[in-house]
Design a protein around this ligand. Structure first.
Ligand code: NAP
Length: 290
């Protein structure tokens, strides 16, 4: 059993923190909107009035937050967690963040004698609940080994990509590929409709054809049904954020990423329609443009 701080109880963070509580850890939680913590508090988590209060005395603090702005506020803000963690404790960022932010935050953590672990994830909230989340880790090997028992309580698979920053590098690369695939699906479905093809026939053929990546299969029916507002799994705003961070990383590395940039434009249009809708609203963005 460990003393854990969990910061950020959105769709993913809530599910991850819940697993830690149910595994028997002592978990102090903080979220910008306190109401999202209610069910966790009933399950045994303890509310902390700030990230700093949550981190005080913790052996490990997890962050699961929207973006760089949120991560900056929660770790480094006036009541931030980093300054409150005891020396030697782990600062584990599971949010999908820009590579530049991760490098800066890791540097600040190291300067305070903390062990920073770069730990973005892949999987939906339902995967967390089922114990099928995958952690994409960038960390010192010894730090990862020390964390394996806690990680086993959150995730089904742990992939180690190398030193701090390597988990984020992979995550941004693969999510940019995801953005391309989902945007390409939206373009294909919009074109099919324009050509008079039946949605049902297209959906069935696509889902079992050579272009059926898991991303494509996961998004076809939601895109075609137009069911964007109910229980979004991954929002248009988050998809755009990930794609933009991926483009920045690619450009910084001197990589040719015209497809990634084009997909990012579609998600800019999708976010402009409804930032909190499911990312499948990109079909509406594509359809509106033609
Ligand atoms: P979400 O439900 O929108 O939750 C976002 C969290 O960030 C909430 O706790 C929110 O607090 C907090 N937040 C936002 N702005 C803040 C600020 N300025 N200061 C403090 N807290 C702030 O998002 P999610 O789906 O859980 O995703 C969380 C992270 O996981 C993101 O980086 C996302 O890219 C990544 N991810 C998500 C999925 C997925 O399937 N959903 C999969 C893999 C990775 P409030 O509750 O107060 O709004």
């Amino acid at each position: 059993m460990s003393e854990i701080a969990f910061l950020g109880l959105g769709r993913m963070g809530f599910a991850m923190a819940e697993r830690l509580v149910r595994a028997g850890h002592r978990v102090r939680v903080w979220n910008r909107s306190k109401d999202k913590a209610s069910a966790l508090l009933a399950a045994g988590a303890v509310w902390a009035e700030s990230p700093a209060v949550a981190a005080t005395g913790a052996t490990a603090a997890f962050g699961m937050l929207a973006d760089d702005i949120a991560s900056n506020e929660v770790w480094l803000g006036p009541a931030g967690a980093l300054a409150a963690l005891p020396r030697g404790a782990f600062a584990i960022e599971c949010s999908t963040l820009s590579a530049a932010h991760v490098a800066a935050l890791a540097g600040q953590a190291r300067a305070r004698g903390l062990r920073y672990v770069d730990c973005p994830v892949t999987g939906f909230p339902s995967h967390v609940v089922e114990g099928k989340l995958t952690l994409l880790v960038g960390a010192e090997k010894a730090d990862l080994e020390a964390l394996r028992p806690i990680f086993a309580d959150i995730a089904g698979t742990v992939r180690h990509f190398g030193a701090v920053g390597a988990g984020t590098a992979y995550k941004l690369m693969v999510n940019l590929m995801g953005a391309v695939q989902i945007a390409a699906l939206a373009e294909g479905l919009a074109l099919g409709r324009r050509l008079g093809l039946e949605d049902a026939a297209v959906a069935d053929a696509l889902a079992t054809g050579a272009a059926a990546s898991p991303q494509v299969v996961q998004n076809i029916s939601r895109m075609l049904s137009g069911d964007w507002d109910r229980n979004p799994v991954f929002t248009a705003a988050l998809r755009l954020k990930d794609a933009a961070y991926g483009v920045a990383l690619g450009e910084g590395a001197g990589a040719a990423i015209p497809l990634g940039k084009a997909a990012t434009k579609w998600f800019e249009a999708a976010k402009a329609l409804a930032p909190d809708a499911d990312q499948s609203i990109v079909l509406k963005a594509v359809t509106s443009a033609s």
